[in-house]
Design a protein around this ligand. Structure first.
Ligand SMILES: [Ca+2]
Ligand SMILES: [Zn+2]
Length: 443
């Protein structure tokens, strides 16, 4: 046994080396856990949590390597070991055990992840036997292979996205918001956190993420290095971890970073200060005991047609259905005129004049004319249009639901609610429904 106390201890804390030696001498059958039968037990095969009776609340994770321990059964232990005193916080033990799986600390001077990730500044070293516990941040869940988020581009608006706080894995447990031009090392992750959980009997109880400080959306800014591990942001004299939860502004540092019902973020910004396309995140209203909510992402968070939803048609006229015509020098001005009129469904710009239309007349070739069709119609927030269903299908966003309706000649209206899309062959009366988005498609 070459291992010495000095190999493993935190400065003068405890005889880690002795504890591990003793474990190796025990009759515990480590060979049972050498699943790939290479004579070595690693942290991929067995989790080690060593609790001593000498220290109180300290916790750490130390590898046995480069020196490995040889056990009585002539098996080597070359593993990461979670170490704890006998009265540590539960979160400290979970934190140290997770290091054996490869998690990374997200500490920082501003406590940006405090109480929102097991890897943040969440520890309670001054309280004996503290039982508070939080989930890992969504990046760690993804990195560990526990969860696959839904990926959305910040280049397009996404209206009415379902977001689920459920213990079971769902594609709507978190989203990655990214800019294709920016690559895969800097992006945002969005999740819904709540201490509530709906049981089979429908009773809301605090069993999921019990001690998260508030109910709402947590927005993570993720910065990775070339090894795709969190890259700490050098901002001397302060330290900011590579993954941190966004507050509304700097004055919110050290405050609750849960975005509550009905709140809207300022435009998201990248670390170099540039705007992420002006995109904001809008948390739709939700009741206090919600476990499923709805958010939207985009520049315009009101019920407006997003500018990108206009499909331009070159050398095309759409004669008829005119509600207004006016001189405009550019197609953009004509499109803006249409967007600014709630009745406008299409427009044609020709020889410096703009016609806006309250329906979408048939297209005809006309050299020099540019037409445009409003793709989406207006979204009706928190609105259901029950009945007249011709199709129901799971779809992540209300945008996709609207597109499905536009592509189906029978469809006159749609409702998107909790990740499902209903298409309707008439326009049923509107009824309020929190989290639902409906729309009427002009035909
Ligand atoms: Ca092995
Ligand atoms: Zn740690």
């Amino acid at each position: 046994m070459n291992l010495t106390q000095a190999d493993l201890r935190l400065a003068g804390e405890r005889p880690f080396g002795r504890m591990i030696e003793e474990a190796g001498k025990s009759n515990f059958n480590f060979a049972l856990y050498d699943t790939n039968r290479d004579g070595i037990v690693t942290e991929r095969e067995l989790g080690f949590l060593i609790i001593d009776n000498g220290t109180q609340r300290m916790a750490a994770n130390r590898p046995t390597t480069p020196i490995c321990i040889r056990t009585r059964q002539n098996i080597q232990i070359c593993a990461k070991l979670a170490l704890a005193g006998h009265r540590p916080a539960l979160s400290d033990m979970a934190h140290e055990l997770s290091h054996s799986l490869g998690t990374t600390d997200l500490y920082g001077d501003y406590k940006l992840s405090e109480n929102l990730s097991l890897m943040g500044n969440l520890r309670f070293p001054y309280v004996d036997d503290d039982m508070r516990l939080f989930h890992l941040d969504p990046w760690h869940k993804m990195a560990l292979g526990w969860h696959r988020p839904t990926i959305l581009s910040l280049r397009e608006p996404h209206m009415g996205i379902p977001l689920h706080a459920k213990a079971s894995d769902s594609p709507y447990n978190s989203y990655i918001l990214y800019d294709p031009a920016r690559g895969n090392r800097e992006f945002f992750m969005v999740e819904f956190r709540t201490p509530n959980s709906t049981s089979a009997s429908g009773v809301t109880r605090a069993i999921y993420d019990t001690d998260v400080p508030g109910t709402g959306v947590v927005i993570w800014h993720v910065n990775l290095g070339s090894n795709l591990q969190p890259r700490n942001l050098a901002a001397p004299p302060h330290h900011v971890p590579g993954i941190f939860a966004l507050g509304a502004h700097l004055s919110m540092l050290n405050e609750n970073r849960v975005w509550q019902s009905g709140t809207t973020t300022p435009p998201l910004r990248w670390n170099d200060g540039t705007s992420a396309g002006g995109a904001k995140i809008w948390v739709h209203n939700f009741p206090a005991n919600a476990t499923d909510i709805t958010i939207s992402v985009g520049q315009q968070l009101t019920a407006q047609v997003p500018p990108s939803a206009i499909a331009l048609e070159r050398d095309t006229d759409r004669p008829g259905a005119d509600i207004l015509n006016r001189e405009t020098s550019t197609v953009d001005q004509c499109a803006a005129l249409c967007r600014g009129d709630s009745q406008c469904r299409a427009f044609t710009h020709y020889h410096g004049r703009c016609w806006i239309k309250n329906s979408v007349p048939a297209a005809r070739p006309l050299t020099g004319a540019t037409s445009g069709v409003i793709a989406g119609g207006q979204f009706e927030n928190d609105t259901d249009r029950p009945g007249a269903d011709i199709l129901r299908t799971p779809l992540a966003t209300a945008d996709q639901c609207a597109a499905l309706c536009r592509g189906d000649a029978r469809c006159r209206a749609f409702t998107h609610y909790q990740g499902n899309c209903w298409l309707k062959n008439s326009v049923p009366a509107a009824r309020p429904l929190r989290g639902a988005m409906s729309g009427v498609v002009p035909r």
